[in-house]
Design a protein around this ligand. Sequence first.
Ligand SMILES: [Zn+2]
Ligand SMILES: [Zn+2]
Length: 483
Amino acid sequence: MKELKEYLKVIEEAKEDLCGLSDAVWENPETAFTEYRSAQLLAEFLKKQGFRVKEGVCGIETAFTASFGSGRPKIGFLGEFDALSGMSQKAGILEKEAIREGCSGHGCGHNLLGVGALAAAMALKAYLEDGHEGTVIYYGCPGEEGGSGKAFMAREGIFDELDCAITWHPGTMNMVCKDSSLANFQLLYEFEGKSAHAAGCPELGRSALDALELMNVGCNFLREHMPEKARVHYAITDTGGYSPNVVQSRASAVYLVRAPKQQEAYELMERVNRIAQGAALMTDTKMSSRLIKSCANTVPNRVLEKVMYQAMQDVGVPEYTEEEYELAVAYRNTAGDGPDTGFENVVEDHLQPENLQFLKSHRKDRLYDFIVPYEPVHLVKAMGGSTDVGDVSWQCPTVQINTAVWAPKSPGHSWQVVAQGKSSIAHKGMLYSGKCMALGAMMLMESPEILAEAGEELKAELNGQTYIAIPPEIRPAAISQLK
Ligand SMILES: [Zn+2]
Ligand SMILES: [Zn+2]
């Protein structure tokens, strides 16, 4: 029997193809649920590798699965590949400059995310081919950004069969994620009134824009009485026109309501609904609301986190050239003088003096080429954002890691992230993530009792809470596709 790390060689051997695949996705940035080319590139690659590929799963054209092997354990890798609108940026330069102004770009590194997870699936397949029992499933998950693709997939039960799911996200540090994320609900509120000449006969008009403004004011007063860490954001999507001498007969806004627990977010959404009803009542207009999507908070799994921490150490962080360190410094310098919030956030977590000391000693590193020490904390901290990985984590034990693909201080969703998306540092971080995930998965396949323990932990964490699935009549759609 080979040593487990031997199976990681397939990633090293396919290195050029994998980096080329990630670059190809970077060059074809496609936003939520329109990732036709990106999904096809990844699916074709997996087909050639001998995976059984199913396209258009869960009724979503750009969602797919690729599986290999049979029986249990069943381990899934989650891949994403959607881009962000308006983030077009040239690669490899140190200033903001779009390839094409207004076009999309890979501002969250999902070109790397999809391929890193694919690399893991390839190595796990090599392990299974060597006479091990079990199944690997790669999930091609579209529309993470603003679309919660995985929540639509989760409602169809596609993740239920898994013993566990493993994923990663590009970052500036190598670490096991142990924080939760915020649950959210996203809704479109539309008001309908009556237009009239704003000076000649205002008494005949009923202003939808007044209603919308009152709804926003009401929600701003709501903020004082929300659970801690809850968030309410809105974007006005229709002001009813630009003529002030008309009483606006229509107005709309998209609201995003977030809270640490899915149930809390649901209750907060109901309060926002009542504020919208109140605004319609006050203005004698009609209000309609429509759920666009929701996503659940992430349920961390300490059992799996420990395995992944071990795997990250066993694989070992990539080595970098002097040029790569210098490039990282150059990108770091574009981010200004403020503190590195990502780094400080991690420092806050670590209470053991030696780990704290270790981290602090690396604060000024040119590139975070170390693994953040992992301490299993009992307290679950909710990070500021949301992810649809949360929805998977309610269906099966789920774990996530970050690897360093960007220079320290690179802000999320920034031109710096897009510019670094094809760099050799990014490629190294991506391949490292694939190796860590594959090794973690092999370790779990070797020890089914750890997988069982992870399942028990999930059951205990959920403790009878029910998952609030997106209702069946809601179709996946990005905000840009609502009209
Ligand atoms: Zn993002
Ligand atoms: Zn992302």
